[in-house]
Design a protein around this ligand. Structure first.
Ligand code: NIG
Ligand code: FE
Length: 420
């Protein structure tokens, strides 16, 4: 009988692939006629098929659990969606209509709509509904090769409702085969019970954080630093609370205006600053110094019909690592296709296909503080996708076409979207 892939001395071979390893800091790292060897949840070896026998012969005690012939298909690292707001009730199709008739996102927000309307719908929703709707969304993302997903809270805005949303995010990570990282976004908007009392609300958010963290619900802390969100001073208070718990921070920064959020976040060693349409030169310099990842969210730019582009060429010139995410949320980016975001990042922002693919693999991993994935190299986690494509640049080229045929999560092949 074949040993099971779970047994520690069993390896699984995946051969005859064109592998885009994304090794190093640029290029595709292509290996034609490549092979991968997995052992447990890690990649034990990646190289040319020609070198495979010599590699395997070094391990006399290993048994081959399975040997897959990929028949020339493309293999890439599993995709990483590093910025989503997946857990929420209701939708905002009506607001979309209002915006099409001329109302702005800010006007709707100031009139009590926007994030606050989703907060009301989320609070009113049952746990079962929040879980099943968010699980369905995560499954959609998985069908296109997402193997790691960040999920933010931020539509509960009370201690109990934020805990509920984070718990649901954790549950998605426990029931689907993908990895879920959670981010506490209590400072997303001012809930109605704190109207006119933003300082008190920030104090409450800072008070909740240690308890949410103690329950194992928080991997990182985020805020919405904006004229319709929170000031940089208020954001700083949240970052101080995160720092006291040694939690990494990220920021929704300079989406609609320049608030100096990126420079502040960089001062706190932020993993990422996200949106960045109005990023200043000094904010960018601070990010470059701190090694903070710039996360591009072309879905929100597109859906808000924004015209102020993030400064891609200047970020590139400063070697700021760039990631791309779906920003899935009901208000500004109700899309569930990370592949479409790659296409949009190229067409709308003039990123290159290589930057786009690195933006949902190695740089997205960095935006989540994960060094064990995003590239196909020995000792990295065995998360990868098989695509019925010739070249990785096609991931950014096709839109509305999903060529992902197989996905492997920590060494285990699973049907994307099917609970483990
Ligand atoms: O990333 N900008 C703030 N947060 C979300 C939008 C949330 C909403 O409108 O519901 C974003 O775009
Ligand atoms: Fe967002």
């Amino acid at each position: 009988m074949n040993p099971s892939p779970e047994s520690s001395n069993a390896i699984t071979i995946w051969r005859n692939a064109r592998i885009a390893t994304l090794s190093g800091t640029s290029g595709w790292g292509l290996i034609d006629d490549g092979a991968l060897v997995t052992q447990g949840d890690v990649l034990q070896w990646v190289g040319s098929v020609a070198d495979l026998p010599a590699h395997i012969s070094k391990f006399a005690d290993l048994q081959v659990a399975a040997d897959h012939d990929l028949q020339g298909a493309l293999v890439t690292p599993g995709l990483i969606d590093c910025h989503t707001h997946l857990v929420y009730g209701g939708h905002r199709a009506q607001e979309f209509e209002m915006r099409l008739q001329g109302a702005s996102y800010e006007e709707i927000s100031r009139a009590g709509g926007g994030i606050r309307s989703t907060v009301a719908a989320t609070r009113a929703a049952t746990d079962a509904h929040l879980l099943s709707s968010a699980t369905a969304r995560a499954s959609s993302l998985m069908t296109e090769g997402v193997t790691t997903l960040e999920i933010k809270s931020g539509y509960g805005l009370s201690e109990a409702d934020e805990a509920r949303c984070l718990r649901i995010a954790r549950e998605i990570g426990a029931t689907l085969p993908l990895t879920v990282k959670t981010t506490f976004l209590g400072a997303h908007a001012l809930p109605p019970e704190f109207a006119g009392r933003a300082e008190d609300y920030i104090a409450a958010v800072c008070d909740w954080l240690p308890r949410l963290h103690a329950q194992g619900l928080v991997d990182a802390v985020d805020a919405f630093c904006e004229n319709i969100g929170f000031t940089s001073k208020q954001t700083q208070r949240v970052f101080e609370a995160a720092r006291a718990l040694s939690l990494p921070v990220k920021l929704h920064a300079e989406q609609l205006s320049d608030q100096g959020g990126a420079a502040l976040a960089a001062q706190y060693g932020a993993l990422s600053c996200d949106h960045l349409e109005y990023l200043s030169e000094s904010g960018m310099a601070a990010m470059a110094r701190a090694g903070t990842v710039a996360v591009m969210l072309p879905g929100a730019y597109y859906f808000l019909r924004d015209t102020h582009q993030p400064p891609i060429a200047r970020l590139r010139a400063r070697n700021v690592p760039m990631a791309i995410a779906s920003d899935h949320n009901p208000g500004t980016s109700p899309g569930l296709s990370l592949l479409l975001m790659l296409n949009m990042a190229c067409t709308l922002f003039r990123m290159t296909p290589e930057e786009a693919v690195r933006g949902v693999t190695v740089n997205a991993a960095k935006a989540l503080g994960l060094s064990d994935r995003g590239q196909l190299l020995a000792a990295k986690r065995a998360d990868f996708c098989v695509w019925e494509l010739d070249h990785p640049n096609e991931l950014a080229y096709w839109f509305g076409r999903n060529a992902c045929s197989r996905a492997v999560y920590g060494g285990q092949e699973r049907n994307p979207g099917v609970p483990r």
